[in-house]
Design a protein around this ligand. Structure first.
Ligand code: CA
Length: 240
């Protein structure tokens, strides 16, 4: 095939949701591939190497989590879970297995398309090797990776090394929920559950220093009980 459209594999067993997503993707310029079972999803993943997988968890043959495990053994292709399961534990489990994002049903089409764009950008970034360079911007916040400095409205925010590392890590995965465990592992290199407390203390300081107040723009969103997400310009609505 000679077109250069992004290929998106949709693994979903409910026919009406499946065709809805397929139409939504195709009318927005993506190529959609559809699998109705976990096994078929794994097969199509291998044969078509899609750029993104949108995955339902409740599948007739196996739990969709099995597909995340199978894909993660060989590839970093972004996986977006789309599920009716809404508990924190379900989200944490999927994210910790390597899913990049989690949307609960029912979902809005605008939200889904924004998250698809964010996930595909993630794919581009992760295929480029090496450390992040240049800058990251969200609203009036800028991170300069080379100088390891963060600015809000042009003013430098004085962060400790650890605080900076957390902010930079979240920005490298902007738009994506990072679980507490994933952040702790990236920053401190350990998997001790108690370290979540350290993270929360650092995050409270970061929020204070970056001037997030109730009702103001927050750059880092708390996905309660799950993790944190740096806002992404394309995914999150602009302030009025
Ligand atoms: Ca299902």
């Amino acid at each position: 095939m000679s077109n250069n459209k992004y290929k998106i594999l949709v693994v979903e067993d409910e026919a009406n949701i499946c065709s809805f997503i397929e139409t939504l993707l195709e009318t927005n310029g993506y190529q959609a591939l559809v699998a109705n079972t976990c096994a078929m999803g794994v097969t199509l993943f291998s044969s078509h190497t899609p750029d993104l997988v949108i995955l339902d968890l409740g599948l007739p043959d196996q739990d969709g989590l099995e597909l995340i495990k199978a894909v993660r053994q060989r590839s970093r292709t972004p996986i977006m879970v789309l599920s009716a399961r809404t508990t924190e534990q379900d989200k944490i489990e999927a994210l910790d297995l390597g899913a990049n994002d989690y949307i609960t049903k029912p979902f809005g089409t605008g939200e889904m398309l924004a998250r698809v764009r964010a996930a595909l950008r993630l794919n581009r970034y992760s295929s480029a090797s090496g450390l992040p360079s240049g800058t990251f911007t969200a609203q009036d916040m800028t991170i300069n990776y080379e100088r390891r400095k963060v600015f809000v409205a042009g003013q430098e925010v004085k962060l400790t090394q650890t605080e900076y590392n957390i902010v930079a890590f979240l920005s490298e995965h902007a738009g994506r929920v990072m679980t507490y465990a994933a952040i702790v592992k990236a920053i401190w290199g350990d998997t001790d559950v108690g370290s979540t407390k350290k993270l929360q203390v650092n995050m409270a300081n970061i929020r204070k220093k970056m001037g997030s107040r109730p009702g103001s723009n927050n750059y880092i969103l708390n996905e309660l009980g799950v993790g944190y997400r740096m806002i992404d310009e394309d995914t999150d609505a602009q302030p009025n």
